[in-house]
Design a binder for this molecule. Structure first.
Ligand code: GLN
Length: 391
C-alpha cells in the first residue's frame, strides 16, 4: 500500500458531512446547495436518459457539450477557444488530477496557494511533484507576488491556482492576476487554473480568467465545473480548456482515469450552458442574497465575519467574535452542541500551521435553514460567553 494513502485521513468535507448525518446537525460544512437545482436541466437529463444512448460517449466528451462549453466561454468571458480545445471530465477534481498527471514529471516543483483546496496536495505528491506553498494572509488574502517569486526555482513547472478561491472567498483583482501571469511567462510555468467558482461572484464583480491574459492561453489549463455553475454538485461534470499541445496529454491521463463521463448529464449541461445571461445573473443574485442574510444575522448576533467576494462560503473570525479555542475543536462543539456543521480552515493548510481561528460556513441554503443555523450559533455563543464570564 502507498504510505501517502494509508496515513491519509478522510477529507474534512466528508468527515463533517458524516458527522452532520450522524447527529442531524444543519450542514453548512461541505459546499453544496440544498435546492433541487434548475428544473429545466433536471428534465433535460431525464429526457436524455430515456431517449438517448446510455453507452460510452467519446472520451473527450459529447461533441455538443464541447461546443457548448467553448461557446459559453466565448460569450461569458470573451475567450478565444474552440470546441476541440475542450475536454469533458467527471468533475473538476478529476480534471485537476488529469492535469497534474499530464504536466508534472517526478521531481518537478508545483506552487500551491494556502489555504489550499484539500485535493491539490495529495494529487501533486502522487504525481511525483514537489509542492511549494505560498501562504495568503487573512483578512485580505491578497496575492503577494514577492512571495510567489520567492517560491519559484529552476525545477518549478506549474502553479495550481484557484480563483475565485475556496475557502477564502477571495476573487483576485486584475493587478494581482496580471502580476501572476507575468511571473508564469517569465519562468515558463504551466498554470492549472481551478475556476469552478467563476460564476459565483458578488457585488457586480466579473470573473477574470488567467487564460485571457496576454501570453497565457498557450500555458493555461482552465478548469470549470457544471456542478458549481448549475448548483448540481452531485453531477460531477467538469471541463478542461487548453490549447491542443497541453490538452492532448491531459486527455491521455483522463482516458485512464475515468475514460468518459455520463452522456445524459453531458447533454443536459450542453443545454444549460446555452441559457441566456439572465439565468446566470439570477443565480448570482440569489446566492448574494443568501450570503447577506447569513452574514447579517451572524453579525447582529455578535459574530465577526470576513468578506465574501465569491464562492458559496464565508468565514467566521472566532477570536474577533469573542470565541476562544481552536477551529477544529469549535467545529466539533458546533456539531454536537449547537447542531451546525462547519469547516475548520486549519484543515486546509499543508503542514499544520496557518490560522486556527477561522471557520468556513456554506450559505447556499434556503432562508429557513440559514436563519435556524444562525440562531443556533448565536445561542451557542451566548451560552459560551456566559459560562466563561468572570464571576
Ligand atoms: N468543493 C466542496 C467544498 O469545498 C467539497 C467537495 C468535496 O467534498 N469533494 O466544500
Amino acid at each position: 500500500m502507498n504510505p501517502l494513502y494509508t496515513s491519509m485521513p478522510t477529507t474534512i468535507f466528508e468527515e463533517m458531512s458524516a458527522l452532520a448525518r450522524a447527529t442531524g446537525a444543519i450542514n453548512l460544512g461541505q459546499g453544496f446547495p440544498d435546492s433541487p437545482g434548475p428544473a429545466d436541466l433536471l428534465q433535460a437529463a431525464a429526457d436524455a436518459v430515456l431517449t438517448r444512448s446510455n453507452q460510452y460517449p467519446p472520451s473527450m466528451g459529447l461533441p455538443e457539450t464541447r461546443l457548448a462549453v467553448a461557446r459559453h466561454y466565448q460569450a461569458h468571458q470573451g475567450l478565444d477557444i474552440e470546441a476541440d480545445e475542450v475536454l469533458i471530465t467527471s468533475g473538476a477534481t478529476e480534471a485537476i488530477a488529469a492535469a497534474l498527471l499530464a504536466v508534472i514529471s517526478p521531481g518537478d516543483e508545483v506552487i500551491l496557494f494556502e489555504p489550499t483546496y484539500d485535493a491539490y496536495l495529495p494529487l501533486v505528491l502522487r504525481a511525483g511533484g514537489v509542492p511549494k506553498t505560498v501562504t495568503l494572509q487573512p483578512p485580505d488574502w491578497r496575492l503577494a507576488l514577492e512571495d510567489v517569486a520567492a517560491a519559484v526555482g529552476p525545477r518549478t513547472r506549474a502553479i495550481v491556482f484557484n480563483n475565485p478561491m475556496n475557502p477564502t472567498a477571495r476573487a483576485f483583482d486584475r493587478t494581482e492576476l496580471a502580476a501572476l501571469a507575468a511571473l508564469c511567462i517569465a519562468h515558463d510555468l504551466a498554470a492549472i487554473c481551478d475556476e469552478v467558482w467563476e460564476h459565483v461572484l458578488f457585488d457586480d464583480r466579473r470573473h477574470l480568467p488567467l487564460f485571457g491574459f496576454e501570453g497565457m492561453a498557450e500555458r493555461t489549463l482552465k478548469i470549470g465545473s457544471a456542478g458549481k455553475i448549475f448548483a448540481l454538485t452531485g453531477w460531477k461534470i467538469g471541463f478542461v480548456l487548453a490549447r491542443p499541445r497541453l490538452l492532448g496529454p491531459v486527455a491521455r491521463a483522463h482516458q485512464f482515469l475515468t475514460f468518459s463521463t455520463p452522456p445524459n448529464l453531458q447533454a443536459a449541461v450542453a443545454f444549460g450552458l446555452g441559457k441566456p445571461l439572465a439565468a446566470f445573473e439570477a443565480m448570482r443574485a440569489e446566492l448574494q442574497r443568501s450570503r447577506d442574510r447569513l452574514a447579517s444575522a451572524l453579525v447582529a448576533g455578535g459574530f465577526s465575519v470576513l468578506p465574501s467576494e465569491g464562492t458559496y462560503f464565508l468565514c467566521v473570525d472566532l477570536a474577533a467574535s469573542g470565541v476562544s479555542g481552536e477551529d477544529r475543536e469549535i467545529c466539533r462543539r458546533w456539531v454536537h452542541d449547537a447542531g451546525v456543521a462547519a469547516i475548520p480552515l486549519s484543515a486546509l493548510y499543508a503542514a499544520g500551521g496557518g490560522p486556527t481561528g477561522l471557520v468556513r460556513l456554506c450559505f447556499a441554503k434556503t432562508d429557513a435553514v440559514l436563519d435556524e443555523a444562525a440562531k443556533r450559533l448565536i445561542q451557542w455563543r451566548e451560552a459560551r460567553l456566559a459560562a466563561h464570564a468572570p464571576a
